[in-house]
Design a protein around this ligand. Structure first.
Ligand SMILES: C[S@@+](CC[C@H](N)C(=O)[O-])C[C@H]1O[C@@H](n2cnc3c(N)ncnc32)[C@H](O)[C@@H]1O
Length: 349
């Protein structure tokens, strides 16, 4: 069966509007920490920019691959590991700063022709002119933000006091302040509920609308005060992290982008190729899990159909039935690994 004839990933397509069930809960582990604990022992591909997670597990799921698309270059840790394993690498990031930093770090691999960097959103892989003919043995998405993006207050991902409410990873038009000042109350409530798993999302949205009528939101302190005002004085860093993360997902349209990207990236795999995704948020993980499951199921008939009429053949199979998570050593060395979940799917040979 040609790759174009794959049964559509119904759930992923529906998620272009991101139904709430994909976006239900955010990870309980704060992924935006006021002062991230430093790594204790550096692993081979760590850099001051970012410490990559689950490197050995990613390499193991891609065993035998000679070419790879790294859709989330970041600090270039995974890309460096791929290059060290002898793979030909194309790496994307929507953040120009990440491309610049990783380009310096990996200058030798670029000069030798082993690594090519492209400024792109992985969700645009089907239409980006520089990626038009790309076919690879493996793809990696390592979602979310890098430690450098979190640590740089000017990028506005953090709730450290005085940080601007920006949160844009790339060239998006509207920053977090703009959305907080202009989005309607229902939309705000939907973001905090669906991306932040916040039961009092409506109250928080109403508090934001009340406050912005007098003073527009400009810094992290404005959002922290609104969260405290709506949810009470006992709210703490975990709540701020979760709700700032919800705004980051909205600003960068992350779940809809992922839903669009998964089938497009699958279609760039050579026969037998592997798609690996590392998630840090339960909405992301659910989306990946449901896509991979639906692509591993031969029959695409409606569940209530009395018998199979599609004669379907599964386009591939699960490499990981349960997500791979970091062991205690890795979490001790790199606290960011705590909420990471790796899932992988293989295209039929
Ligand atoms: C967790 S970091 C990746 C770290 C990387 N694996 C490493 O080893 O250093 C995520 C990176 O993906 C980028 N990113 C997030 N969403 C993206 C998207 N839709 N398209 C391209 N890059 C994206 C972010 O800008 C960030 O640099």
């Amino acid at each position: 069966m040609g790759i174009a004839a794959f049964p559509p990933c119904v759930r992923a397509a529906r998620a272009l509007g991101v139904p709430a069930r994909f976006a239900a809960a955010s990870d309980r582990v704060p992924s935006v920490h006021p002062s991230p604990p430093p790594a204790i022992i550096a692993a081979p591909f760590d850099s001051p920019y970012h410490a990559p997670v689950l490197v050995d597990a990613v390499l193991a799921t891609m065993a035998g691959a000679r070419s790879v698309l790294d859709g989330t270059l970041g600090g270039g840790g995974h890309a460096a590991a791929f290059a060290a394993a002898g793979m030909q690498v194309v790496a994307l990031d929507r953040d120009r700063e990440a491309l610049q930093a990783a380009g310096t770090r990996l200058a030798r691999e670029i000069a030798s022709g082993q690594l090519r960097l492209v400024h792109a959103n992985y969700a645009d892989v089907a239409t980006h002119p520089d990626l038009a003919t790309l076919v690879v043995d493996a793809v990696l998405l390592d979602l979310g933000v890098s430690s450098h993006q979190l640590d740089d207050d000017a990028r506005g991902f953090s709730f450290r006091t005085g940080a601007p409410l920006d949160m844009r990873m790339g060239d998006e038009a509207e920053d977090a302040a703009t959305l907080l000042n202009h989005a309607d109350q229902r939309t705000l409530a939907g973001w905090f509920r669906d991306y932040g798993d916040e039961p009092r999302a409506a109250r928080l949205a109403s508090e934001i609308v009340r406050r912005r009528a007098t003073v527009p939101f400009t810094t992290s302190d404005d959002l922290v005060k609104a969260i405290r005002g709506a949810l009470g004085p006992r709210t703490g860093p975990g709540d701020f992290a979760r709700l700032f993360q919800a705004m980051r997902i909205a600003v960068n349209d992350e779940l809809a982008g992922l839903a669009r990207a998964l089938p497009a990236l699958r279609d760039r795999l050579a026969p037998g190729g592997v798609l690996c995704v590392i998630t840090y948020h339960s909405g992301e993980d659910r989306l990946v899990k449901e896509c991979f499951r639906s692509w591993s199921t031969p029959c695409t008939c409606p569940p209530r159909a009395p018998f199979c009429t599609c004669g379907g053949v599964a386009p591939g199979s699960l490499v990981t039935r349960k997500p791979i998570v970091a062991d205690a050593d890795e979490v001790g060395r790199n606290p960011r690994a705590r909420s990471a979940k790796l899932r992988a799917w293989r295209r039929a040979a």
